[in-house]
Design a protein around this ligand. Structure first.
Ligand code: PMP
Length: 459
């Protein structure tokens, strides 16, 4: 390939990066990733990087699995594209839908394919409203979601999301979508115990339903564990109360499993970790381990049956794309035959839990928590009060992420929460390396924040 400097110049001239301040990036120069294997990336200068994020929470089986490349090549030769509109279907879509139905809990037996998580959540918005209309309750249209949630980037899915920064651009959310608070005990729990706080946050759903009128509320959507919102692990009291409220008021429960699904929490689906019974699950990312773009809505018998009379005017050119479906099937085969969930539960998650928790003694770290292979640390200027950092640009989370990347570890930050989501195949040795690099980055961030006078709490 071209020299790195030339690649960077072309990148800055022509390539608009998602979720990136282009001017700031141009000053630094983007790192050009050229190759990957297992849990490692290499950049154009040959430097090895440990991927603590599995790409964007998706490369669950790790990089470099040639079986997936072979499955894609075979499918491209045989049938590179066809759709499943009107009166046609094809083998990869049939086989993948059937396999997902087998893996999904309860009677979640039907799959509506999409090209991404955003598209799948847009499908959910339209499908749920249509469902209630067919049931003779067309006034049930409102979706309740949570602040700081991420459900995608299209107009619909970004409206379902609750990120202030996203809503501040382009006049979101769309009407008919409202948000309650997230169950983030460390940051927002104050003097309550986690159990009390979990119940209080769940009861906001009931309050919102009563405020709007139960005859107007269509669905509640949430991730079992909020991922991009900062790996927010709800207190144990939260989900049972949410389930009770959805049941009581006849509200559909939509579980966004885009991050939690396919082994991330040690179960096939994050709902199973909490014993939730959703009517619809959103899936994407880990479905194909990111090797091909694919997503979908997994729908229970009753909703599918209701929608099966008359046409639902919805679908994407790439719904159930044969190459993506063939790759996803191969990915599911590997997850199962290599017992990767067994590796998570017996080896990787217990090892991570212990190694990660050891970061709690660091002066910058307020809590260090994990479930399965999702982890987070909350950065704080004052452990005793669980204070937040003053929200100046370049503050704790940002500085720490930069130090991680400089130490060849990919972690993300959400405000002052550092998060990890490594490939599920990670070994204990690489978990130790990840935690060691994270600690070095925290030490360096601590020194920088002290020097720059940023070790201050928000007023
Ligand atoms: N839902 C969740 C929970 C996500 O984390 C994401 C992506 N980060 C999405 C939906 C959107 O998926 P995509 O980027 O494939 O559209």
């Amino acid at each position: 390939h071209m020299p790195t400097a030339e690649l960077r110049a072309l990148d800055a001239a022509h390539h608009m990066h998602p979720f990136t301040d282009a001017a700031a990036l141009e000053k630094k120069g983007a790192r050009v990733i050229t190759r990957a294997d297992g849990v490692r990336l290499w950049d154009s200068e040959g430097t090895e990087i440990l991927d603590g994020m599995a790409g964007l929470w998706c490369v669950n089986i790790g990089y470099g699995r040639t079986e997936l490349a072979d499955a894609a090549a075979r499918q491209m030769r045989e049938l590179p594209y066809y759709n499943t509109f009107f009166q046609t279907t094809h083998v990869p879509a049939i086989a993948l839908a059937a396999r997902i139905a087998e893996l999904a809990p309860g009677d979640l037996n039907h799959v509506f394919f999409a090209g991404s998580g955003s598209e799948a959540n847009d499908t959910n918005l339209r499908m749920v409203r249509h469902y209630w209309a067919v049931k003779g309750k067309p006034e049930k249209t409102v979706f309740i979601s949570r602040k700081n949630a991420y459900h995608g980037s299209s107009m619909g899915s970004a409206s379902l999301g609750g990120m202030q920064a996203m809503h501040s651009q382009g006049g979101l959310p769309l009407p008919g979508i409202v948000h309650i608070d997230q169950p983030y005990w460390y940051g927002e729990g104050g003097d309550m115990t986690p159990a009390e706080f979990g119940l209080a946050r769940a009861r906001q759903l009931e309050e919102k339903i009563l405020e709007l009128g139960e005859d107007r509320v269509a669905a509640f959507i949430a991730e079992p564990i909020q991922g991009a919102g900062g790996v927010i692990i709800p207190p144990e009291t939260y989900w049972p109360e949410i389930q009770r409220i959805c049941d009581k008021y006849e509200i559909l429960l939509v579980a966004d499993e885009v991050i939690c699904g396919f082994g991330r929490t040690g179960h096939w689906f994050g709902s199973q970790h909490f014993g939730i019974r959703p009517h619809i699950m959103t899936i994407a990312k880990g479905l194909s381990s990111g090797y091909q773009p694919i997503g979908g809505s997994v729908v229970c018998d009753e909703v599918a049956e209701t929608l099966s009379h008359g046409e639902f005017y919805h679908g994407y050119t790439y719904s159930g794309h044969p190459v993506a479906a063939a790759v996803a099937l191969e990915n599911l085969r590997i997850l199962e035959e290599e017992d990767i969930l067994g590796h998570v539960n017996r080896v990787a998650a217990p090892h991570l839990a212990e190694a990660w928790a050891s970061l709690a003694d660091h002066p910058l770290v307020g809590e260090a928590v994990s479930v399965g292979l999702l982890g987070a640390v909350a950065l704080t200027p004052d452990k005793a009060t669980r204070a937040k950092f003053a929200a100046e640009p370049g503050t704790a989370g940002f500085v720490t992420r930069e130090r991680c990347f400089a130490n060849n570890l990919v972690m993300r930050h959400v405000g002052d929460r550092m998060v990890i989501s490594p490939p599920l195949i990670i070994t204990p040795g690489d978990i130790d390396l990840l935690v060691a690099r994270a600690r070095t980055a925290l030490d360096e961030a601590h020194a920088i924040l002290r020097t720059d006078g940023l070790l201050r709490a928000a007023a």
